[in-house]
Design a protein around this ligand. Structure first.
Ligand code: ATR
Length: 514
Protein backbone atom coordinates (compact mmCIF):
# COMPACT_ATOMS: atom_id res chain seq x y z
CA UNK A 1 0.00 0.00 0.00
CA UNK A 2 1.01 3.60 -0.57
CA UNK A 3 0.48 5.89 2.39
CA UNK A 4 0.57 9.65 1.89
CA UNK A 5 2.08 11.40 4.88
CA UNK A 6 0.31 14.72 5.39
CA UNK A 7 2.39 17.42 7.09
CA UNK A 8 -0.01 20.35 6.56
CA UNK A 9 -0.54 23.04 9.18
CA UNK A 10 -4.31 22.75 8.79
CA UNK A 11 -6.76 19.88 8.34
CA UNK A 12 -8.03 21.60 5.20
CA UNK A 13 -4.53 21.60 3.67
CA UNK A 14 -4.11 17.89 4.44
CA UNK A 15 -7.49 17.03 2.91
CA UNK A 16 -6.57 18.99 -0.20
CA UNK A 17 -3.30 17.05 -0.46
CA UNK A 18 -5.19 13.75 -0.25
CA UNK A 19 -7.74 14.88 -2.83
CA UNK A 20 -4.98 15.81 -5.27
CA UNK A 21 -3.28 12.42 -4.92
CA UNK A 22 -6.26 10.08 -4.61
CA UNK A 23 -5.39 8.24 -7.82
CA UNK A 24 -2.07 7.13 -6.39
CA UNK A 25 -2.62 6.37 -2.70
CA UNK A 26 -4.34 3.76 -0.53
CA UNK A 27 -3.98 5.38 2.88
CA UNK A 28 -3.12 8.66 4.56
CA UNK A 29 -1.13 9.49 7.67
CA UNK A 30 -1.87 12.76 9.38
CA UNK A 31 1.14 14.22 11.14
CA UNK A 32 -0.60 16.00 14.00
CA UNK A 33 2.69 17.48 15.22
CA UNK A 34 2.65 19.68 12.08
CA UNK A 35 -0.86 21.01 12.75
CA UNK A 36 -1.59 24.42 14.24
CA UNK A 37 -2.83 24.00 17.83
CA UNK A 38 -6.33 25.23 16.96
CA UNK A 39 -6.72 22.36 14.47
CA UNK A 40 -6.51 19.57 17.07
CA UNK A 41 -10.26 19.49 17.87
CA UNK A 42 -10.93 18.94 14.15
CA UNK A 43 -8.88 15.74 14.07
CA UNK A 44 -11.80 13.50 15.00
CA UNK A 45 -13.64 14.02 11.73
CA UNK A 46 -10.56 13.60 9.56
CA UNK A 47 -10.90 9.89 8.63
CA UNK A 48 -14.45 10.36 7.43
CA UNK A 49 -13.56 13.46 5.45
CA UNK A 50 -10.47 11.81 3.95
CA UNK A 51 -12.47 8.77 2.80
CA UNK A 52 -9.62 6.26 3.08
CA UNK A 53 -7.92 4.38 5.94
CA UNK A 54 -5.97 6.83 8.09
CA UNK A 55 -3.08 6.74 10.55
CA UNK A 56 -3.00 9.26 13.37
CA UNK A 57 0.59 10.12 14.26
CA UNK A 58 1.85 12.79 16.62
CA UNK A 59 5.64 12.48 16.35
CA UNK A 60 8.01 13.76 19.04
CA UNK A 61 10.95 15.96 17.94
CA UNK A 62 13.44 13.27 19.08
CA UNK A 63 11.87 10.92 16.51
CA UNK A 64 11.84 13.45 13.66
CA UNK A 65 8.68 15.34 14.63
CA UNK A 66 8.05 18.99 15.42
CA UNK A 67 7.73 21.02 18.58
CA UNK A 68 4.11 22.10 18.87
CA UNK A 69 2.47 24.51 21.30
CA UNK A 70 -0.51 22.19 21.47
CA UNK A 71 1.42 19.95 23.88
CA UNK A 72 4.09 22.40 25.11
CA UNK A 73 7.85 21.73 25.20
CA UNK A 74 8.29 18.04 24.40
CA UNK A 75 11.71 17.32 25.92
CA UNK A 76 14.47 15.35 24.22
CA UNK A 77 16.05 11.90 24.10
CA UNK A 78 17.02 12.20 27.76
CA UNK A 79 13.35 12.16 28.68
CA UNK A 80 10.00 13.45 27.50
CA UNK A 81 8.13 16.07 29.46
CA UNK A 82 5.28 14.31 31.39
CA UNK A 83 2.85 17.15 30.76
CA UNK A 84 3.55 16.94 27.00
CA UNK A 85 2.88 13.19 27.13
CA UNK A 86 -0.42 13.86 28.94
CA UNK A 87 -1.43 16.49 26.41
CA UNK A 88 -0.60 14.24 23.47
CA UNK A 89 -2.65 11.42 24.99
CA UNK A 90 -5.59 13.77 25.43
CA UNK A 91 -5.42 14.98 21.82
CA UNK A 92 -5.29 11.45 20.40
CA UNK A 93 -7.92 10.19 22.81
CA UNK A 94 -10.37 12.91 21.84
CA UNK A 95 -9.88 12.07 18.16
CA UNK A 96 -10.16 8.31 18.60
CA UNK A 97 -13.90 7.93 18.07
CA UNK A 98 -13.50 9.28 14.52
CA UNK A 99 -12.80 5.87 12.98
CA UNK A 100 -9.02 5.82 12.67
CA UNK A 101 -7.65 2.65 11.11
CA UNK A 102 -4.34 3.07 12.98
CA UNK A 103 -2.60 5.17 15.60
CA UNK A 104 1.17 5.31 15.83
CA UNK A 105 2.99 5.32 19.18
CA UNK A 106 6.71 4.87 19.82
CA UNK A 107 8.17 1.72 21.34
CA UNK A 108 9.08 3.66 24.50
CA UNK A 109 5.53 4.97 25.00
CA UNK A 110 4.74 3.39 28.36
CA UNK A 111 3.27 6.21 30.45
CA UNK A 112 0.02 5.32 32.19
CA UNK A 113 -2.06 7.46 29.81
CA UNK A 114 -0.36 5.85 26.81
CA UNK A 115 -1.13 2.33 28.01
CA UNK A 116 -4.71 3.44 28.51
CA UNK A 117 -4.71 4.94 25.01
CA UNK A 118 -3.66 1.60 23.54
CA UNK A 119 -6.57 -0.12 25.27
CA UNK A 120 -9.04 2.53 24.12
CA UNK A 121 -7.73 2.28 20.58
CA UNK A 122 -8.13 -1.49 20.54
CA UNK A 123 -11.64 -1.18 21.94
CA UNK A 124 -12.45 1.26 19.11
CA UNK A 125 -11.14 -1.18 16.48
CA UNK A 126 -8.05 0.93 15.78
CA UNK A 127 -4.79 -0.99 15.27
CA UNK A 128 -1.72 0.28 17.06
CA UNK A 129 1.57 0.79 15.22
CA UNK A 130 4.61 0.62 17.51
CA UNK A 131 7.34 2.62 15.88
CA UNK A 132 11.08 3.01 16.20
CA UNK A 133 13.35 5.58 14.54
CA UNK A 134 17.09 5.65 14.10
CA UNK A 135 18.63 8.59 12.23
CA UNK A 136 22.20 7.31 12.61
CA UNK A 137 22.17 3.90 10.93
CA UNK A 138 20.64 0.41 10.95
CA UNK A 139 20.93 -1.22 14.39
CA UNK A 140 22.18 -4.81 14.50
CA UNK A 141 19.22 -6.15 16.44
CA UNK A 142 16.55 -4.48 14.30
CA UNK A 143 14.67 -7.62 13.19
CA UNK A 144 14.38 -9.00 16.71
CA UNK A 145 13.44 -5.59 18.05
CA UNK A 146 10.55 -5.40 15.59
CA UNK A 147 9.43 -8.94 16.38
CA UNK A 148 9.46 -8.01 20.07
CA UNK A 149 7.51 -4.82 19.35
CA UNK A 150 4.81 -6.87 17.66
CA UNK A 151 4.09 -8.44 21.08
CA UNK A 152 2.76 -11.66 19.62
CA UNK A 153 1.03 -9.96 16.67
CA UNK A 154 -0.89 -7.56 18.89
CA UNK A 155 0.77 -4.49 17.36
CA UNK A 156 2.19 -3.56 13.95
CA UNK A 157 5.90 -2.90 14.44
CA UNK A 158 7.34 -0.07 12.40
CA UNK A 159 10.95 1.00 11.91
CA UNK A 160 12.32 3.96 9.96
CA UNK A 161 16.10 3.88 9.90
CA UNK A 162 18.74 5.91 8.07
CA UNK A 163 21.32 3.78 6.22
CA UNK A 164 24.72 5.51 6.04
CA UNK A 165 26.29 3.13 3.52
CA UNK A 166 25.40 0.36 1.09
CA UNK A 167 26.50 -2.02 3.81
CA UNK A 168 23.67 -0.57 5.94
CA UNK A 169 21.23 -0.91 3.04
CA UNK A 170 22.18 -4.57 2.74
CA UNK A 171 21.66 -5.00 6.48
CA UNK A 172 18.20 -3.57 5.99
CA UNK A 173 17.51 -6.08 3.21
CA UNK A 174 18.45 -8.83 5.68
CA UNK A 175 15.92 -7.45 8.14
CA UNK A 176 13.15 -7.66 5.53
CA UNK A 177 14.23 -11.23 4.75
CA UNK A 178 14.21 -12.22 8.42
CA UNK A 179 10.78 -10.66 9.01
CA UNK A 180 9.37 -12.40 5.93
CA UNK A 181 10.69 -15.71 7.27
CA UNK A 182 8.98 -15.09 10.57
CA UNK A 183 5.79 -14.01 8.81
CA UNK A 184 5.57 -16.99 6.49
CA UNK A 185 7.07 -19.97 8.31
CA UNK A 186 6.47 -21.95 11.48
CA UNK A 187 9.22 -19.89 13.08
CA UNK A 188 6.58 -17.20 13.22
CA UNK A 189 4.33 -19.08 15.65
CA UNK A 190 4.55 -19.51 19.36
CA UNK A 191 2.66 -22.49 20.87
CA UNK A 192 0.76 -20.38 23.32
CA UNK A 193 0.06 -17.16 21.46
CA UNK A 194 -0.24 -18.05 17.74
CA UNK A 195 1.51 -15.89 15.11
CA UNK A 196 4.38 -13.67 16.18
CA UNK A 197 4.06 -11.23 13.32
CA UNK A 198 1.75 -10.68 10.40
CA UNK A 199 2.14 -7.05 9.35
CA UNK A 200 5.09 -4.75 9.71
CA UNK A 201 6.29 -1.43 8.30
CA UNK A 202 9.95 -1.00 7.42
CA UNK A 203 11.63 1.77 5.43
CA UNK A 204 15.12 3.18 5.00
CA UNK A 205 15.32 6.97 5.11
CA UNK A 206 17.59 9.43 3.26
CA UNK A 207 19.19 9.07 -0.19
CA UNK A 208 21.00 5.80 0.64
CA UNK A 209 17.78 4.27 1.99
CA UNK A 210 15.74 5.46 -1.00
CA UNK A 211 15.68 2.08 -2.86
CA UNK A 212 13.91 0.57 0.15
CA UNK A 213 11.12 3.14 -0.11
CA UNK A 214 10.47 1.95 -3.67
CA UNK A 215 10.88 -1.76 -2.85
CA UNK A 216 9.20 -1.67 0.59
CA UNK A 217 6.01 -3.41 -0.56
CA UNK A 218 7.84 -5.89 -2.77
CA UNK A 219 10.14 -6.80 0.10
CA UNK A 220 7.26 -7.29 2.55
CA UNK A 221 6.44 -4.02 4.30
CA UNK A 222 2.72 -3.37 4.75
CA UNK A 223 3.16 0.09 3.25
CA UNK A 224 5.57 2.73 2.09
CA UNK A 225 5.28 6.39 3.00
CA UNK A 226 5.42 9.26 0.55
CA UNK A 227 4.93 13.03 0.54
CA UNK A 228 3.34 15.48 -1.87
CA UNK A 229 3.34 19.27 -1.82
CA UNK A 230 6.18 21.48 -0.73
CA UNK A 231 6.86 20.01 2.72
CA UNK A 232 8.29 16.50 3.10
CA UNK A 233 7.31 14.65 6.27
CA UNK A 234 10.54 12.61 6.40
CA UNK A 235 13.95 12.45 4.64
CA UNK A 236 13.78 10.76 1.23
CA UNK A 237 10.01 10.79 0.76
CA UNK A 238 9.00 10.45 -2.88
CA UNK A 239 5.87 11.85 -4.52
CA UNK A 240 3.06 9.28 -4.87
CA UNK A 241 2.70 9.98 -8.57
CA UNK A 242 6.40 9.24 -9.15
CA UNK A 243 6.16 6.06 -7.12
CA UNK A 244 3.37 4.80 -9.37
CA UNK A 245 4.20 6.33 -12.74
CA UNK A 246 8.00 6.30 -12.75
CA UNK A 247 8.77 3.30 -10.52
CA UNK A 248 5.70 1.18 -11.34
CA UNK A 249 5.21 0.52 -7.59
CA UNK A 250 1.98 -1.45 -8.02
CA UNK A 251 3.71 -4.12 -10.08
CA UNK A 252 6.90 -4.66 -8.09
CA UNK A 253 7.30 -8.00 -6.33
CA UNK A 254 9.96 -10.09 -4.61
CA UNK A 255 11.13 -11.54 -7.96
CA UNK A 256 11.37 -8.20 -9.81
CA UNK A 257 14.79 -7.80 -11.43
CA UNK A 258 16.64 -4.77 -10.11
CA UNK A 259 18.74 -2.39 -12.21
CA UNK A 260 20.01 0.97 -11.11
CA UNK A 261 22.57 3.71 -11.10
CA UNK A 262 25.41 4.02 -8.62
CA UNK A 263 27.11 7.31 -7.84
CA UNK A 264 27.24 10.08 -5.28
CA UNK A 265 25.10 12.13 -5.54
CA UNK A 266 22.54 10.40 -7.79
CA UNK A 267 19.15 11.59 -6.55
CA UNK A 268 19.03 14.34 -9.22
CA UNK A 269 19.65 12.02 -12.20
CA UNK A 270 17.14 11.56 -14.99
CA UNK A 271 18.26 7.96 -15.57
CA UNK A 272 15.42 6.34 -13.53
CA UNK A 273 12.86 8.15 -15.68
CA UNK A 274 14.55 7.05 -18.91
CA UNK A 275 15.13 3.39 -17.93
CA UNK A 276 11.83 2.81 -16.11
CA UNK A 277 9.93 4.20 -19.11
CA UNK A 278 11.73 1.63 -21.31
CA UNK A 279 11.01 -1.14 -18.78
CA UNK A 280 7.34 -0.22 -18.82
CA UNK A 281 7.24 -0.01 -22.62
CA UNK A 282 8.54 -3.56 -22.94
CA UNK A 283 6.44 -4.93 -20.07
CA UNK A 284 9.50 -6.35 -18.29
CA UNK A 285 9.26 -7.37 -14.60
CA UNK A 286 12.09 -5.05 -13.59
CA UNK A 287 12.79 -1.74 -11.89
CA UNK A 288 15.63 0.80 -12.13
CA UNK A 289 16.63 2.51 -8.87
CA UNK A 290 19.06 5.24 -7.83
CA UNK A 291 21.67 3.80 -5.46
CA UNK A 292 23.51 6.61 -3.73
CA UNK A 293 26.54 4.96 -2.20
CA UNK A 294 29.83 5.73 -0.47
CA UNK A 295 30.85 2.03 -0.86
CA UNK A 296 29.90 0.84 -4.38
CA UNK A 297 31.95 -2.36 -4.02
CA UNK A 298 29.51 -3.60 -1.36
CA UNK A 299 26.65 -3.43 -3.87
CA UNK A 300 28.67 -5.24 -6.52
CA UNK A 301 29.70 -8.00 -4.10
CA UNK A 302 26.09 -8.54 -2.97
CA UNK A 303 24.28 -8.45 -6.30
CA UNK A 304 22.28 -11.58 -5.45
CA UNK A 305 20.90 -10.17 -2.23
CA UNK A 306 19.37 -7.23 -4.09
CA UNK A 307 18.51 -9.23 -7.22
CA UNK A 308 20.75 -6.76 -9.07
CA UNK A 309 21.29 -7.48 -12.77
CA UNK A 310 22.80 -4.30 -14.15
CA UNK A 311 24.08 -0.89 -13.11
CA UNK A 312 24.78 2.44 -14.69
CA UNK A 313 27.80 4.11 -13.14
CA UNK A 314 28.19 7.84 -12.72
CA UNK A 315 30.40 10.40 -10.96
CA UNK A 316 32.61 9.74 -9.01
CA UNK A 317 32.85 5.97 -9.63
CA UNK A 318 33.51 5.54 -13.38
CA UNK A 319 37.17 4.75 -12.73
CA UNK A 320 36.82 3.10 -9.32
CA UNK A 321 34.48 0.32 -10.48
CA UNK A 322 36.96 -0.92 -13.11
CA UNK A 323 38.99 -2.78 -10.50
CA UNK A 324 35.82 -4.19 -8.92
CA UNK A 325 34.52 -5.61 -12.23
CA UNK A 326 35.29 -9.23 -13.13
CA UNK A 327 35.98 -8.27 -16.75
CA UNK A 328 35.79 -5.18 -18.94
CA UNK A 329 35.46 -4.65 -22.68
CA UNK A 330 37.91 -2.89 -24.98
CA UNK A 331 36.17 0.52 -24.75
CA UNK A 332 36.70 0.60 -20.96
CA UNK A 333 40.40 -0.11 -21.41
CA UNK A 334 40.75 2.59 -24.04
CA UNK A 335 38.65 5.28 -22.34
CA UNK A 336 39.71 4.40 -18.81
CA UNK A 337 36.14 4.76 -17.57
CA UNK A 338 33.25 2.35 -17.11
CA UNK A 339 29.65 3.59 -17.11
CA UNK A 340 27.85 0.24 -17.43
CA UNK A 341 28.03 -2.99 -15.44
CA UNK A 342 26.06 -6.06 -16.42
CA UNK A 343 25.82 -9.07 -14.12
CA UNK A 344 26.17 -12.43 -15.87
CA UNK A 345 28.25 -14.87 -13.87
CA UNK A 346 30.17 -11.86 -12.56
CA UNK A 347 30.23 -8.16 -13.39
CA UNK A 348 31.17 -7.18 -16.95
CA UNK A 349 32.10 -3.53 -17.43
CA UNK A 350 31.57 -1.57 -20.61
CA UNK A 351 31.30 2.02 -21.75
CA UNK A 352 28.28 3.27 -23.66
CA UNK A 353 29.16 6.98 -23.50
CA UNK A 354 31.16 6.85 -26.73
CA UNK A 355 28.37 5.09 -28.64
CA UNK A 356 25.85 7.50 -27.10
CA UNK A 357 28.00 10.37 -28.35
CA UNK A 358 28.18 8.97 -31.88
CA UNK A 359 24.52 8.01 -32.35
CA UNK A 360 23.01 11.52 -32.73
CA UNK A 361 26.07 12.77 -34.64
CA UNK A 362 25.90 9.98 -37.20
CA UNK A 363 22.21 10.67 -37.64
CA UNK A 364 22.96 14.24 -38.72
CA UNK A 365 25.87 13.36 -41.01
CA UNK A 366 24.71 11.20 -43.86
CA UNK A 367 26.44 8.26 -45.52
CA UNK A 368 27.50 4.76 -44.58
CA UNK A 369 30.60 5.82 -42.63
CA UNK A 370 29.53 9.38 -41.82
CA UNK A 371 32.35 10.39 -39.47
CA UNK A 372 35.21 8.85 -41.46
CA UNK A 373 37.62 11.47 -42.80
CA UNK A 374 35.81 14.39 -41.09
CA UNK A 375 38.05 16.92 -39.40
CA UNK A 376 36.98 17.20 -35.78
CA UNK A 377 37.97 19.53 -32.96
CA UNK A 378 37.49 18.37 -29.37
CA UNK A 379 37.60 21.11 -26.72
CA UNK A 380 38.75 19.87 -23.31
CA UNK A 381 40.91 16.93 -22.26
CA UNK A 382 39.15 15.38 -19.25
CA UNK A 383 37.25 12.11 -18.87
CA UNK A 384 34.36 13.16 -21.12
CA UNK A 385 36.78 14.30 -23.84
CA UNK A 386 38.51 10.93 -23.70
CA UNK A 387 35.31 9.06 -24.61
CA UNK A 388 34.66 11.53 -27.43
CA UNK A 389 38.19 11.27 -28.86
CA UNK A 390 37.99 7.46 -28.69
CA UNK A 391 34.65 7.55 -30.53
CA UNK A 392 35.82 9.91 -33.26
CA UNK A 393 39.22 8.25 -33.72
CA UNK A 394 37.74 4.76 -33.87
CA UNK A 395 35.39 5.94 -36.64
CA UNK A 396 38.30 7.35 -38.64
CA UNK A 397 37.89 11.10 -38.03
CA UNK A 398 40.88 13.45 -38.23
CA UNK A 399 40.90 14.67 -34.59
CA UNK A 400 42.48 17.72 -32.93
CA UNK A 401 42.26 18.05 -29.15
CA UNK A 402 42.44 21.58 -27.73
CA UNK A 403 42.66 22.23 -24.01
CA UNK A 404 43.37 25.08 -21.60
CA UNK A 405 46.27 23.04 -20.23
CA UNK A 406 48.20 22.15 -23.39
CA UNK A 407 50.08 19.20 -21.84
CA UNK A 408 46.83 17.40 -21.09
CA UNK A 409 45.63 17.91 -24.67
CA UNK A 410 48.92 16.54 -25.98
CA UNK A 411 48.83 13.52 -23.67
CA UNK A 412 45.26 12.63 -24.63
CA UNK A 413 45.96 13.17 -28.33
CA UNK A 414 49.07 10.98 -28.16
CA UNK A 415 47.01 8.05 -26.75
CA UNK A 416 44.85 8.06 -29.87
CA UNK A 417 47.39 9.12 -32.49
CA UNK A 418 45.96 12.59 -33.08
CA UNK A 419 47.00 16.24 -32.62
CA UNK A 420 46.98 18.17 -29.33
CA UNK A 421 47.03 21.95 -28.91
CA UNK A 422 46.15 24.80 -26.54
CA UNK A 423 42.91 26.81 -26.65
CA UNK A 424 44.87 29.98 -27.48
CA UNK A 425 46.28 28.41 -30.61
CA UNK A 426 42.79 28.04 -32.08
CA UNK A 427 42.47 31.75 -32.92
CA UNK A 428 45.92 31.82 -34.50
CA UNK A 429 44.93 28.87 -36.65
CA UNK A 430 42.00 30.90 -37.91
CA UNK A 431 44.29 33.71 -38.89
CA UNK A 432 46.36 31.23 -40.85
CA UNK A 433 43.16 30.45 -42.81
CA UNK A 434 43.08 26.80 -41.88
CA UNK A 435 40.17 25.03 -43.57
CA UNK A 436 37.25 24.77 -41.14
CA UNK A 437 36.46 21.82 -38.89
CA UNK A 438 33.40 19.78 -39.80
CA UNK A 439 32.69 18.84 -36.17
CA UNK A 440 33.45 20.92 -33.04
CA UNK A 441 32.74 19.22 -29.71
CA UNK A 442 32.66 21.08 -26.38
CA UNK A 443 33.38 18.67 -23.49
CA UNK A 444 34.32 20.99 -20.59
CA UNK A 445 32.00 22.03 -17.78
CA UNK A 446 32.25 25.71 -18.79
CA UNK A 447 28.70 26.86 -19.58
CA UNK A 448 27.00 24.21 -17.46
CA UNK A 449 24.56 25.31 -14.73
CA UNK A 450 25.32 27.24 -12.56
CA UNK A 451 28.22 28.61 -14.70
CA UNK A 452 25.85 29.48 -17.55
CA UNK A 453 27.95 32.40 -18.85
CA UNK A 454 31.03 30.19 -19.22
CA UNK A 455 32.49 29.51 -22.65
CA UNK A 456 35.94 27.91 -23.11
CA UNK A 457 36.38 29.41 -26.60
CA UNK A 458 34.79 32.89 -26.67
CA UNK A 459 36.99 33.98 -29.58
CA UNK A 460 36.34 30.93 -31.76
CA UNK A 461 35.59 31.92 -35.32
CA UNK A 462 32.82 29.60 -36.49
CA UNK A 463 32.37 29.68 -40.26
CA UNK A 464 28.84 28.33 -40.32
CA UNK A 465 29.70 24.96 -41.86
CA UNK A 466 30.50 23.21 -38.57
CA UNK A 467 28.32 20.92 -36.52
CA UNK A 468 28.72 22.35 -33.00
CA UNK A 469 28.08 19.68 -30.36
CA UNK A 470 28.08 20.57 -26.66
CA UNK A 471 27.90 17.65 -24.18
CA UNK A 472 26.10 19.92 -21.70
CA UNK A 473 22.27 19.65 -21.67
CA UNK A 474 21.46 22.05 -18.81
CA UNK A 475 21.08 24.78 -19.94
CA UNK A 476 19.63 23.52 -23.22
CA UNK A 477 21.68 26.01 -25.19
CA UNK A 478 25.06 27.07 -23.81
CA UNK A 479 26.83 30.30 -24.76
CA UNK A 480 29.08 28.13 -26.97
CA UNK A 481 26.06 26.79 -28.88
CA UNK A 482 24.48 30.24 -29.18
CA UNK A 483 27.71 31.57 -30.63
CA UNK A 484 27.81 28.70 -33.16
CA UNK A 485 24.16 29.10 -34.05
CA UNK A 486 24.60 32.82 -34.68
CA UNK A 487 27.30 31.89 -37.21
CA UNK A 488 24.88 29.54 -39.00
CA UNK A 489 26.16 26.20 -37.66
CA UNK A 490 24.06 23.13 -36.96
CA UNK A 491 23.99 22.86 -33.14
CA UNK A 492 23.20 20.00 -30.76
CA UNK A 493 23.34 19.66 -26.99
CA UNK A 494 24.14 16.66 -24.77
CA UNK A 495 20.61 15.38 -24.18
CA UNK A 496 20.45 13.10 -27.26
CA UNK A 497 23.79 11.64 -26.12
CA UNK A 498 22.44 11.00 -22.61
CA UNK A 499 19.40 9.29 -24.09
CA UNK A 500 21.42 7.27 -26.63
CA UNK A 501 23.94 6.01 -24.03
CA UNK A 502 21.00 5.00 -21.81
CA UNK A 503 19.33 3.20 -24.74
CA UNK A 504 22.53 1.27 -25.34
CA UNK A 505 22.74 0.42 -21.63
CA UNK A 506 19.16 -0.80 -21.71
CA UNK A 507 20.02 -3.07 -24.61
CA UNK A 508 22.96 -4.49 -22.66
CA UNK A 509 20.81 -4.90 -19.52
CA UNK A 510 17.77 -6.53 -21.10
CA UNK A 511 18.50 -7.45 -24.72
CA UNK A 512 15.67 -5.13 -25.82
CA UNK A 513 16.11 -2.19 -28.19
CA UNK A 514 14.35 0.91 -26.87
P1 ATR B 1 35.15 15.45 -17.08
O1 ATR B 1 35.50 14.08 -16.59
O2 ATR B 1 33.71 15.83 -16.87
O3 ATR B 1 35.57 15.68 -18.48
P2 ATR B 1 37.49 16.64 -15.91
O4 ATR B 1 38.19 15.36 -16.10
O5 ATR B 1 37.62 17.37 -14.62
O6 ATR B 1 35.92 16.48 -16.14
O7 ATR B 1 37.94 17.59 -17.11
C1 ATR B 1 37.50 18.90 -17.23
C2 ATR B 1 38.06 19.49 -18.54
O8 ATR B 1 37.41 20.73 -18.76
C3 ATR B 1 39.53 19.78 -18.48
O9 ATR B 1 40.07 19.60 -19.78
C4 ATR B 1 39.57 21.27 -18.10
O10 ATR B 1 40.71 21.96 -18.54
P3 ATR B 1 42.11 21.87 -17.73
O11 ATR B 1 42.68 20.52 -18.09
O12 ATR B 1 42.92 22.97 -18.23
O13 ATR B 1 41.75 21.98 -16.29
C5 ATR B 1 38.38 21.78 -18.85
N1 ATR B 1 37.80 22.98 -18.27
C6 ATR B 1 37.07 23.07 -17.16
N2 ATR B 1 36.65 24.33 -16.97
C7 ATR B 1 37.14 25.07 -17.99
C8 ATR B 1 37.04 26.45 -18.38
N3 ATR B 1 36.35 27.32 -17.65
N4 ATR B 1 37.66 26.84 -19.52
C9 ATR B 1 38.34 25.95 -20.27
N5 ATR B 1 38.46 24.65 -19.96
C10 ATR B 1 37.87 24.21 -18.84
Amino acid sequence: MICLSCPGSTIEADLELIKNNLDYIDMAEIRADFLLPDQMPLLRDFPEQAGLPCILTYRWPKDGGRENEAVGAAGGPEGLNPSAIESRCRIIHEALSGGWAFIDLEEDADAECELQLVKSAEAAGTRVIISFHDFTGVPDNLAQRMIDNSRGDRFIPKAAVMPQSSNDLLKLVDVYKRLEEVKHTSQGYSCTNGPLLSDYILVGMGPIGFPSRIMAGAWGSMLTFCSAGSVSAAPGHIRPRDLVEIYNYRHLNAGTKVFGIIGRPVMHTKSPEIHNAAIRKHGIDAVYLPFETPDPEMLLENAGKLNLHGLSVTIPYKQRVISAADSVDESVDAIGACNTLVFQNGWRGSNTDWLGFLAPLEKILSGKTPVKGCSALVIGAGGAARAVVYALASRGADVTVANRTVEKAEALAADFGCRGTGLDALTEERRAERSPYRIVVQTTSAGMEPDIDGNPVPGFDFRGVEIAYDLIYAPEKTVFLKQAEAAGCIVMNGFPMLKAQADEQFRLFTGFTV
